[in-house]
Design a protein around this ligand. Structure first.
Ligand SMILES: Nc1ncnc2c1ncn2[C@@H]1O[C@H](COP(=O)(O)OP(=O)(O)OP(=O)(O)O)[C@@H](O)[C@H]1O
Length: 604
């Protein structure tokens, strides 16, 4: 690879460093080369370079770049430790958290468990249309409960990692030195997205460590969790870094005008000619017609990639909302008319899938006398936790109803009476019993599917929902730890005695696992999740307005909120640019013809 002038400057720089540049300008690549150079020349045997990133997806791309693209020798590779902020912070907290008053034994409060633990607090507030006072009071109540869970029970949620690590580092020079001794150089990926708590940690780390910050001020898409536009200036003031600007380079989509189009999105002025590598198309605002257009587009893109002989090709369908991720995934699985199904993976919020997986795991476990009570507990957990930090009131109510029906059942049993015929538990118990009656084989994959299928085909609509959520769990893939441990459990006991505990552990490990391969094939995901990734082709597919008597009654699945010109601001343009510039060879934009994306229209 021929390095650009800017990239060579990065290699030669000394001291704290700030590397800026647009999408695909080679920031990640050069930081890895720089890390490998430092690993070769300047590290003591026990030291490593730490590469910190926000998302595991980026981590996996970086790890892959280190192992394949750059031909970096193994010894230098081992000198680079790529990690998410979360997993780095967790290691610090586990080792030293007691110094700031946390219990000695800590466990992670995963997002689904956090949602379950906060459900009571949240159910005290209306789900929608909160007044400002209610919002503030809810926030305070949630914070208090999170802090209590950490301090009293040692269960720490992700949001508290950075504040606690900040407290720890600022109060202990010894630990700051300890970390610097282990990691003399720290690379900060996507630095523009650092929130104030993370920045506080970085300030402490920078006292003894050398910091290399990678940033694109115009790819800042985390405004809502506290990223600050002035963050780069904070870094400049605090650390007086050497600066290298790679901004005009574009290696990702070299030979196309994708990057140029991305820059024009920021100003909203487009040239008359088309941009090579960018394709636009529109569709009629009717579900089946929209999906037909999308799926035809997917077939076309797939064919282009196969014809071009791209190995392990990737094609991302980026959509604006969670709801659309599911809608598109369903349509690819069961396309309209007689179109062929499109094998794909969908990146969805995992709370519901994880809690559903716990139910499947329990159903694989033999009855130990508490089995049914535990099952009811997990069903309640599912409804309390499936909406993550935004549970719906109806889901919370469902949990309460299940709990009440169970208490009623116990009362009936104690009185020697039969259960009420219209109890919500009637169908649930019938399916539960069918699932428990399955003859398991010892092959976890097969058994898991058998249980899931009983739920899917059974008469209980709640368990049908659980089953369809669990479809999204991919960690049972061949060779994964969950699969191996379940097999081992069967070999040891002749049954899956610890299936639930094994499954819970596997999801926590999954959260920190660095082995995730970059995605290939067709992937459906929310536009926000595509940050830091790259795909051979990208299709951006937005929703369409629903009409009634000539009026728009719903337009919530749009790239710009409600596709309204009033909602166009820098953030909307930056988000769109991030999505567009994920494509290496082509980006296709599909928008409804009755109401095309306002970012593409000339100013009025
Ligand atoms: N000097 C170079 N010559 C050729 N290809 C390069 C060069 N530098 C980087 N690349 C390639 O360009 C692509 C994009 O680079 P990279 O991911 O480092 O950019 P980035 O600035 O981190 O992008 P983003 O901010 O959008 O994540 C990668 O596939 C990388 O291998």
């Amino acid at each position: 690879m021929d390095l650009t002038k800017g990239q060579r400057d990065v290699i030669e720089a000394y001291g704290h460093l700030l590397v800026t540049g647009g999408p695909g300008s080679g920031k990640t690549t050069i930081s890895i080369l720089k890390a490998s150079q430092i690993a070769e020349r300047n590290l003591r045997p026990w030291q490593k370079i730490l590469f910190l990133s926000f998302a595991r997806a980026t981590v996996s791309r970086v790890v892959e770049a280190i192992s394949y693209e750059q031909q970096i020798p193994p010894a230098q590779r081992r000198g680079i430790n790529v990690e998410t902020y979360h997993s780095f912070f967790w290691r610090i907290l586990k080792a030293h958290g007691y110094l700031i008053g946390l219990p000695r034994r800590l466990s992670i409060l995963t997002p689904p468990s956090e949602a379950i633990s906060l459900a009571d607090v949240r159910s005290g507030f209306p789900a929608r249309k909160l007044t400002d006072e209610q919002k503030a009071a809810k926030k305070v109540a949630e914070e208090a409960e999170r802090t209590r869970l950490a301090r009293e029970e040692g269960r720490v949620c992700f949001d508290l990692f950075a504040p606690h690590v900040g407290d720890l580092l600022h109060s202990s020079a010894r630990i700051r030195c300890l970390i610097a001794n282990m990691y003399p150089v720290i690379i900060l990926d996507e630095f523009q997205d650092t929130n104030s708590e993370q920045w506080r940690v970085i300030q402490a780390l920078g006292e003894f460590c050398r910091l290399i910050a990678l940033a694109d001020p115009e790819q800042r898409i985390y405004d809502w969790i506290g990223a600050n536009p002035a963050r780069l200036d904070h870094f400049r003031e605090a650390f007086k870094p050497e600066e290298v600007d790679l901004s005009t380079d574009n290696h990702r989509s070299a030979g196309t005008e994708i990057a140029m189009f991305g820059n024009d999105i920021l100003t909203g002025t487009f040239r008359k000619d088309s941009y090579s590598g960018i394709d636009f198309d529109t569709f009629d605002s009717i579900h089946n017609l929209a999906m037909t257009k999308l799926i035809t587009g997917v077939y076309g893109a797939r064919k282009r990639l196969l014809d071009a002989g791209v190995s392990a090709w990737s094609l991302a369908i980026l959509v604006p909302t969670k709801k659309m991720t599911r809608m598109v995934s369903d349509a690819l699985r069961k396309p309209p008319d007689s179109m062929a199904e499109v094998p794909h993976t969908a990146v969805i919020e995992m709370e519901a899938a994880i809690l559903g997986a716990e139910i499947i795991a329990l159903l694989m476990q033999p009855d130990d006398g508490r089995h049914f009570a535990q099952f009811i507990g997990l069903m309640c957990n599912y409804y309390q936790g499936k909406g993550g930090d935004k549970p719906t009131q109806s889901a919370l109510k469902e949990a309460t109803n299940i709990r009440k029906a169970y208490e009623e059942l116990l009362a009936c049993q104690a009185a020697g009476k039969a259960m009420r015929k219209n109890s919500i538990l009637v169908n649930m118990i019938a399916v539960y019993e069918q699932a428990c009656a399955i003859k398991l084989t010892g092959n976890p994959d097969k058994d898991w599917r058998a249980v899931r299928r009983v739920l899917e085909d059974g008469a209980c609509k709640r368990l049908q929902e659980v089953s369809s959520e669990v479809r999204n769990v991919r960690i049972l893939d061949r060779g994964t730890q969950l699969r191996q441990e379940l097999s081992q459990n069967w070999r040891d006991n002749g049954n899956y005695r610890n299936a639930l505990a094994i499954t819970r552990k596997a999801f926590i490990q999954e959260h920190f696992s660095m082995s995730e391969k970059p995605e290939f094939g067709v992937i459906v995901m929310n536009m926000h999740k595509a940050k830091g990734k790259q795909f051979d082709e990208v299709i951006i597919f937005e929703g369409w307005p629903r009409m009634k008597r000539g009026q728009i009654i719903y337009n919530g699945d749009r790239i710009v909120r409600f596709n309204s010109r009033d909602q166009v601001d820098d953030q909307a343009r930056q988000n769109f640019r991030v999505s567009v510039t994920r494509g290496k060879r082509q980006t296709t934009i599909l928008t409804p013809n009755s109401d095309p994306c306002v970012l593409l229209l000339p100013d009025e």
